[in-house]
Design a protein around this ligand. Structure first.
Ligand code: OSB
Ligand code: MG
Length: 369
């Protein structure tokens, strides 16, 4: 395959409702949709998941654009390839910047699957015809609003509830939620809001039969997470800490976590995801697919990933209408009782709606080989 043209569409889409985390409020998402076009005229789609500010990891919309334009696109154009994994390897000459790499690499995977006339999920070795999905709920202005939201999502059929927590907004919230929903599969995500000084406080989380506590400490705090896990019965899940397979190996060896959240963007693409999946399968480590407020393109990629065998827990892969009034893909992603069916069409299995995309377009750049 020879890539002749790459288009970067920078879009800005408003979230239906603002989302509050321990870092602040997000009310819109600015991101790139990537189109890679080969010598047959086939188009592959990718999505860059970085935010405008470096609150989640260090990458931003601007750094992703810079790295793609200056370094990664020239590497894609450099020579033809037989498989997207070859290009993923070429990208190793650029340090870090996983979200920029993943944006292009996933587009190449979609293109490759389309050229091979196979669904992407099948191409990467997926085994599920539908994936289980849960919902992540931001910090709410009151307990009442939170309980109402949870109730509405459960009525809709979502299979697991994830709550954002931070110091001063945790135990009391969990008490109310558990009282109202004694058996709902529940977990919390701290996005690094705690430190090892909170060890005794975090031990109280064990009362609430949580599926897991996600990323309580800083991303480099493998040792601190391991110390916490020795006193905590609730499994620790790592999100921000995991950038590559070696991080999974390190965390497993040290006991820093028992479950891992996989995000294609955070680990640099589907190639690394496949490697992490292989290791996790061999070592019986449960995985699940995280979310980054993606548009339909990113969601479609996540559905393919979650079809892999070791993705054993519901992912943060909600339907299009969880965040968007109208998605940029056709058909939109829907769920039935908390399950989303994989597409049997080639590649990611969804078409882009150029009309919807134009409505959110900020800037478009075209690169020709
Ligand atoms: O920590 O998992 C996270 C969203 C953006 C960045 C980080 C996270 C999240 C979420 C929501 O929790 C996931 C989603 O529904 O897309
Ligand atoms: Mg998280």
């Amino acid at each position: 395959m020879q890539i002749n043209e790459i288009r970067l569409h920078r879009l800005r889409m408003h979230l239906k409702q603002p989302f509050l985390t321990s870092f602040g409020t997000i009310s819109e998402k600015e991101f790139f949709i990537i189109e890679v076009i080969d010598d047959h005229g086939t188009i592959g789609y990718g999505e860059s998941v970085a935010f405008t500010t470096p609150w989640y990891t260090e990458e931003t919309v601007k750094t992703v654009e810079h790295i793609m334009e200056q370094f990664l696109i020239p590497l894609v154009f450099q020579q033809s390839f037989h498989h997207p994994m070859e290009v993923a390897k070429r990208f190793h000459t650029v340090k870090g910047n996983p979200m920029a790499k993943a944006a292009l690499e996933t587009a190449l995977w979609d293109l490759y699957a389309k050229r091979t006339k196979k669904p992407l999920w099948e191409m990467i070795g997926g085994i599920r015809s539908e994936v289980e999905v849960g919902v992540s709920i931001g910090i709410q202005p009151s307990i009442k609003t939170l309980l109402d939201k949870i109730d509405a999502y459960l009525q809709e059929g979502y299979r697991r509830v994830k709550l954002k927590v931070k110091p001063g907004h945790d135990i009391d919230v969990l008490k109310h939620v558990r009282q109202a929903f004694p058996t709902v599969p529940l977990m919390v995500d701290a996005n690094s809001a705690y430190t090892l000084n909170d060890l005794h406080h975090l031990k109280k989380f064990d009362e609430f039969q949580l599926l897991m506590i996600e990323q309580p400490f800083g991303e480099r705090e493998f040792l601190e997470h391991a110390e916490l896990q020795t006193v905590l019965d609730t499994p620790i899940c790592l999100d921000e800490s995991i950038r590559c397979l070696d991080d999974v190996k390190l965390a497993t060896k040290l006991g820093s976590g028992k479950i891992f959240n996989v995000k294609i963007g955070r680990i640099g693409g589907l190639t690394e995801a496949i490697h992490i999946h292989q290791f996790s399968k061999e070592n019986n480590i449960p995985l699940w697919c995280g979310g980054m407020f993606e548009s339909g393109i990113g969601r479609a990629l996540n559905i393919s990933l979650a079809s892999l065998e070791q993705f054993l827990l519901p992912g943060d892969i909600s339907a299009s209408n969880r965040y968007w009034d109208a998605d940029i893909i056709k058909p939109e992603i829907t769920h039935k009782k908390g399950k989303i069916a994989v597409s049997e069409r080639p590649g990611i299995g969804f078409h882009i709606s150029y009309r919807e995309m134009e409505r959110h377009l900020v800037e478009r750049k075209t690169f020709k080989n």
